[in-house]
Design a protein around this ligand. Structure first.
Ligand code: SAH
Length: 246
């Protein structure tokens, strides 16, 4: 391997970014706000997760960071609920779409191209609420993102993580069902091996010095095409709520 390749790999490793993952989202970015596009599932689950966050951590007047914000679906929803929102992502195209969309919607969000790890270095403890939704399954080292999120939160702050469980049912629903049968998502959107068991995520949360407060499932009924929060069924999509000790 040449010196340059080594450096490129090391830099990517140091930044905890998978360029292939970023490229996938860059390619789709123009359709981010099209509810009938590949991003439909994110639009469909958005009110559920935004309300869940706002109910547990009323966000009005609070500083919130959305890690891996993409085109800004959650970031705008939280800003609409009164939060002062910073949205970070490593994809240039999703951020460009997010910036254009806020001009149309009039909802203000501060979008920046950054990893969680580098924002944690420049703004440790700056945020009352840290959200990292549907992102951990796209990074090489998700535990490092969780640790960076813990650094971003102020003592007493709240953190929200969501991802996809790793078991045969999650494979059937999130990959075979969503990507191949129902074609909700493009084939290749998710890689089974990167899915995360709730116990693994809970371990990283503990290792980051956070307190796990709540686990909730997010279930999809393919017949009614409805999602709902389910307090116990974490078999496919799920969300964890944590707190940084005072
Ligand atoms: N959180 C948003 C978007 C989820 S899609 C939502 O739930 O609506 C995953 C996003 O994570 C993509 O926009 C992708 O560009 C971003 N991403 C992937 N790896 C990243 C990294 N290491 N740092 C920051 N963003 C990343």
């Amino acid at each position: 391997m040449s010196q340059q390749q080594t450096e490129t790999r090391d830099t990517a490793g140091a930044q905890n970014v998978d360029p292939e993952e970023i490229a996938k989202f860059e390619a789709l970015a123009s359709r981010w706000w099209d509810r009938n596009s590949e991003f439909r599932p994110l639009h469909d689950i958005n009110p559920l997760r935004a309300n869940f966050i706002d109910q547990h951590s009323p966000v009005g007047g609070k500083r919130l960071v959305d890690v891996g914000c993409g085109g800004g679906i959650l970031a705008e929803a939280m800003a609409q609920r009164g939060a002062s929102v910073t949205g970070i992502d490593m994809g240039e195209a999703p951020l460009a779409v997010a910036r254009i969309h806020q001009l149309e919607s009039g909802v203000e969000v501060d979008y920046r191209q950054s990893t969680a790890e580098s924002l944690a270095e420049s703004e440790p403890g700056a945020f009352d609420v840290v959200c990292c939704l549907e992102m951990l399954e796209h990074v090489p080292d998700p535990a490092s993102v969780v640790a960076a999120c813990a650094e971003l939160a102020r003592p007493g702050g709240s953190l929200y993580f969501s991802t996809i469980n790793r078991n045969p049912k999650a494979f059937a629903f999130a990959i075979v069902g969503a990507e191949y049968l129902l074609k909700l998502l493009p084939a290749g959107t998710h890689e089974y091996s990167k899915f995360i068991k709730p116990s693994e995520l809970a371990g990283w949360i503990r290792d980051a010095g956070l307190l796990l407060r709540e686990t909730t499932g997010l279930t999809y009924n393919p017949l009614t095409k409805h999602y709902r929060l389910h307090p116990t069924d974490v078999s496919v999509n799920y969300m964890l709520r944590a707190e940084k000790p005072l």
